[in-house]
Design a binder for this molecule. Structure first.
Ligand code: UDP
Ligand code: MG
Length: 330
């Protein structure tokens, strides 16, 4: 039987963990897979670790890794992916905002034979979320999607189930500044999106303060793309335009007045100097971009399949005759 690993990053989740374990165990108990839980205790200061020790003592399916301090959810996700051994890997929050009832559907989609390697989830509403937070989140998704080639879906949760090959692809990306939502999208593979209404956290409070979220957003953009470096080009153009504006003003002054004021000449020179300076910074930025991409060390391509790993398929001749039969029927 195939195995499903459920990765759960936990930071001070003593209230949620018992409910999460109970509800999720009940659902996976009816699924045609063996399950392992991989809990990542992200340096919790409450009884999270004690609860995990207790669960591991009574249930062989429970594995956990406890961090020496709080390293953040991204580190937790990475550790979970590293320790997961399953054929299918699922990432879930501990607070039941990711409904375990969706797990059977997710597994069915991966097994449907339609070549899906990932079933991702997206919440359709931001109900019960503070308005400012929702507005900033929307702005963030707009910005990052403008700046990156990959699409990062607004409202996408980290809650998703993936095949082993997609999990390995994500693990093969060696970068330190990880922004999982972008990595999931960057590695490619056919993904099916399922949608659900926002569910409130079962117990406890969100671990994301506004400051932590802002840092996450800024780190996300910086890690995902060097596009911010292009801002130098914008300043270069703006200063050049201002410089040309002043050249025109200088000419008009020279015609209508006996002399051009010194201040105008000074500003004209200053704007052109700034423009040249920003052009230099832009060129520097282009090289820094290349260093960034080289150091990030992502693969040039990700393999999905070779003849060695192909699923069972009919030989081409048989497939063609099947297609002809289908045509006849039509
Ligand atoms: N989490 C974590 N480390 C952190 C912050 C959060 O492992 O530094 C975990 C947390 O325990 C939960 C998941 O990440 O299982 C999502 O956190 P939370 O529910 O607070 O975020 P929200 O759903 O409000 O975005
Ligand atoms: Mg939550």
């Amino acid at each position: 039987m195939k195995t499903l690993s459920i990765i759960v990053p936990c930071f001070n989740e003593e209230e949620c963990l018992p409910v999460f374990y109970e509800k999720t165990s009940e659902v996976v108990g009816h699924m045609p897979v063996e399950t392992e839980f991989v809990f990542i205790d992200d340096g919790s200061t409450d009884n999270t670790l004690q609860i995990l020790r207790g669960l591991a003592a009574v249930d062989k399916r429970v594995r956990y890794v406890s961090f020496s301090r709080n390293f953040g959810k991204e580190a937790g996700l990475y550790a979970g992916l590293q320790h997961a051994t399953g054929d299918y890997v699922c990432v879930m929050d501990a607070d039941l905002q990711d409904p375990p009832s969706l797990l059977p559907e997710m597994l069915d989609i991966l097994n449907s034979g339609e070549d899906y390697d990932c079933v991702a989830s997206r919440r359709t509403t931001r109900k019960n979320e503070p308005k400012v937070r929702s507005a900033f989140a929307r702005l963030f998704y707009k910005l990052i999607n403008k700046m990156t080639d990959t699409e990062i879906v607004d409202g996408a949760r980290d809650f998703r189930m993936m095949t082993r090959r997609m999990t390995d692809a994500i693990l093969s990306l060696p970068e330190r500044e990880r922004f999982s939502k972008e990595l999931f999208s960057w590695v490619g593979f056919k993904t099916k999106w399922i949608e659900y209404e926002n569910v409130e956290r079962v117990k406890g409070k969100t671990k994301w303060s506004f400051k932590k979220l802002t840092k996450y957003a800024v780190n996300g953009i910086e890690g995902a793309t060097p596009a911010l470096l292009k801002i130098n080009l914008l300043f270069c153009v703006l200063f050049a335009l201002a410089g040309f504006g002043f050249v025109v003003a200088d000419i008009v002054m020279a015609v209508v007045r006996p002399a051009v004021p010194d201040l105008f000449i000074l500003l004209t020179l200053l704007f052109f100097c700034f423009s040249a300076l920003f052009f230099g910074l832009f060129v520097l930025g282009e090289y820094i971009k290349k260093i960034f991409l080289q150091v990030r060390g992502r693969a040039l391509y990700i393999e999905k399949e070779t003849e060695q790993t192909r699923p069972e398929t009919k030989p081409l001749a048989a497939a063609k005759s099947d297609a002809k039969d289908d045509d006849k029927c039509a």
